[in-house]
Design a protein around this ligand. Sequence first.
Ligand SMILES: CC(C)(COP(=O)(O)OP(=O)(O)OC[C@H]1O[C@@H](n2cnc3c(N)ncnc32)[C@H](O)[C@@H]1OP(=O)(O)O)[C@@H](O)C(=O)NCCC(=O)NCCS
Length: 157
Amino acid sequence: MIIRRAITADAESVSRLIEQFAVDALMLRRSPDSVRLAIDDYVVAVALTGEIVGCGALKEYSPSVAEVAAIAVSPAAQGQGTGTAIVHAIEGLATKRGIYEVFALTLKPGFFSSMGYHRVDRARFPEKIRRDCLGCARRFACNEICFARSLPSRLAA
Ligand SMILES: CC(C)(COP(=O)(O)OP(=O)(O)OC[C@H]1O[C@@H](n2cnc3c(N)ncnc32)[C@H](O)[C@@H]1OP(=O)(O)O)[C@@H](O)C(=O)NCCC(=O)NCCS
């Protein structure tokens, strides 16, 4: 298994991977085109067979704050550290871009707390609320929990 930055040719597979969870409303749907347009923000996990078995993306909201988004690991590859490796790769990308705080809105709090994320009020990220939450059909019944983490570059600053 390797974790690498996504390339345009991965967009269909990434969209398909996410779709298996989107049908159960566990994730937001991402069309191949929307993945392609943001391909520089995606990382993928690739099995030895060449199959894409995991993905995730960094979604920037300001020069210093970004969301860890679109994390998915195919059912057969879960529970082996792939999700954690993807989040770490996204954090690495964030650090390279000078971002020092990342957050996630998730239905899987145990996954993020296992990586040192802390539960916070989403009001701390008004850019996210303005850009996505206000237009969301589930904004009054949202059950996602907000988790955040400062990145090492910020801690060292
Ligand atoms: C959530 C998900 C990405 C985790 O991927 P994974 O490869 O199985 O995760 P890891 O193997 O790296 O697990 C890391 C830790 O998180 C915990 N964890 C994983 N999935 C969890 C879940 N659903 N609920 C609670 N804890 C979870 C594991 O127990 C593990 O802790 P440990 O190291 O103490 O054993 C994967 O289950 C998935 O794709 N789920 C469906 C899509 C989804 O819900 N995506 C949104 C996530 S925000």
